[in-house]
Write a protein that binds this ligand. Sequence first.
Ligand code: CA
Ligand code: CA
Length: 148
Amino acid sequence: MRRGALRLMAAPAVVLLLAAGAAAVDYDDRANGNWDAGATWETNDGTYPDGTDDTATVDGHNVTVTHNIGPLGTVTVAGGTLKVGLDQTGAGPSAVAATGGTLRLERAVDWDNDPTLTLDGGTLYVYGFSSGAMRWDDPVRVASESTL
Ligand SMILES: [Ca+2]
Ligand SMILES: [Ca+2]
């Protein structure tokens, strides 16, 4: 009886452990490259930020987004350059924070998560191609003492 009860209690614990195995990863850039190239990120396991709770920090290299991204957690630009070079219509991150470096928006952005773009340092570079204007359809927050 007791063993049976223990087994029943252990089953949910195993499920919880399996769920934890798919837990969020905090990605940190380690090389110049595309967002979806494993070599761009410190994890060194071929993966890239592509999970609901994954976060990504670009703080020293040039990273280029070439496909729709998300759903994701927070994306932070603290150094280097994050270039969004494709019209973004996917889920996107839950928040975008620019605290340093350069965030280059070169095409239209309208993520389904409607992330707030918080500018608190760094440079926001907005560039519209002749074939269509650049557009950011989500909220923008500019911290005090910042320049837009
Ligand atoms: Ca880094
Ligand atoms: Ca949106």
